[in-house]
Unconditional design. Structure first.
Length: 344
């Protein structure tokens, strides 16, 4: 990759070379005509006066040249200040902040058309993302009702192995639809660091909802926490979605008779410990990417659950990491910011 060069430095160097060259040519021409071509005794009174002035104040010329270079560099720096400001604003535009636009006011006429073109491009990208999000939401909502109808119909049928397999497929489809709707909602929300929630209460609610699924799969589900509330930064709905996706992911990989433990420390650390196959360290930097799944994974899914977890953790200003469980499996650790840090 070629090294980026500063436009300001290039202009200063080129102007300095031009100034130094011009002063050198002028000084050389004066030196030749005053001291070489004309003998001091043969020079006219005007030439002698000029030669004496040149000899006495010639040192001023380099000083003036340096002062000119300094003023030129300062002028260039001030002239390029709007471009540096635009660069900082452009770097702040992310996929979740496409509604931002670059300011056009007080820009040089040479730069304003480019900035207007960038704003027009951002508007087109924002419209495309909005259309895609609305389409995804509409499709997911339209799929929910038929899936619920199918589920109710399967409940009325005799629970043969084929019907049980169909119910499993239907549950996975319903979960995928819910994940798509969750991602769509996340894309329209800003960061949630200004809200506080009781992490212990959220964990109790989520595990009470998932407990029947764990019992159905013959997986032990436990919760370890301190008594009383534990207030952390983040919206309780988002934190609940985060924990639910982590536990559902653990349920998907854990074999029968395995265990899943949700442990909450007083410092605001949430651990989801499973007894599944574990995650190799070489894949842990990719596990939170959308639609990414472990190679040769036998677990059916879309690869959206952990992507939702990573997105929610970022919005709640929490830190998430993956560790090895000493008894086999993985430990997903989420460190939330304390609510006291928000008030302070």
């Amino acid at each position: 990759m070629s090294k980026l060069q500063s436009l300001e430095n290039k202009l200063v160097v080129r102007i300095s070379v031009i100034l130094i060259g011009s002063f050198s040519v002028i000084l050389g021409w004066l030196w030749v005509h005053l001291f070489i071509l004309h003998e001091p005794l043969q020079a006219s009174s005007h030439q002698q006066a000029f030669m004496e002035l040149f000899s006495n104040v010639g040192w001023v010329v380099p000083v003036m040249m340096l002062a000119t270079i300094f003023v030129t560099a300062h002028t260039l720096r001030r002239s390029l200040k709007p471009l540096r400001h635009l660069s900082r604003l452009t770097a702040q535009i992310k996929p979740k902040s496409l509604d931002q636009r670059l300011p056009v006011r007080d820009l040089p006429s040479e730069v304003a058309p480019m900035v207007k073109a960038i704003n027009a491009m951002l508007s087109g990208i924002e419209d495309g993302f909005t259309t895609q999000r609305h389409f995804t939401e509409n499709v997911a909502h339209e799929l929910r009702t038929p899936l619920q109808v199918l589920g109710a119909g399967l409940e009325d049928l005799q629970q043969t192995p084929q019907v049980i397999a169909l119910r499993g497929d239907l549950d996975r489809m319903a979960r995928s639809v819910d994940q798509i709707l969750t991602i769509s909602r996340l894309e329209t929300r800003s960061e949630e660091q200004e809200k506080v929630s009781d992490l212990n209460a959220v964990a109790v609610t989520v595990l009470s909802y998932i407990a029947p699924l764990a019992t159905k799969k013959n997986v032990r589900l436990s919760l370890e926490k301190e008594a009383g509330p534990l207030w952390v930064q983040g919206d309780k709905g988002l934190i609940g979605d985060l924990l639910r996706n982590l536990v559902e992911n653990a349920l998907a990989v854990c074999p029968s008779n395995a265990g899943i433990c949700v442990r909450i420390s007083p410092a605001g650390t949430l651990d989801v410990i499973d007894e599944g196959p574990g995650i190799p360290s070489c894949y842990r930097d990719k596990i939170f990417q959308r639609f990414w799944r472990l190679p040769d994974s036998k677990v059916q899914g879309t690869g959206l659950g952990l992507a939702i977890v990573g997105d929610i953790a970022m919005r709640c200003r929490a830190e998430i990491s993956i560790h090895d469980n000493l008894g086999g499996g993985s430990v997903f650790r989420v460190v939330f910011a304390s609510a006291t840090a928000l008030t302070s």
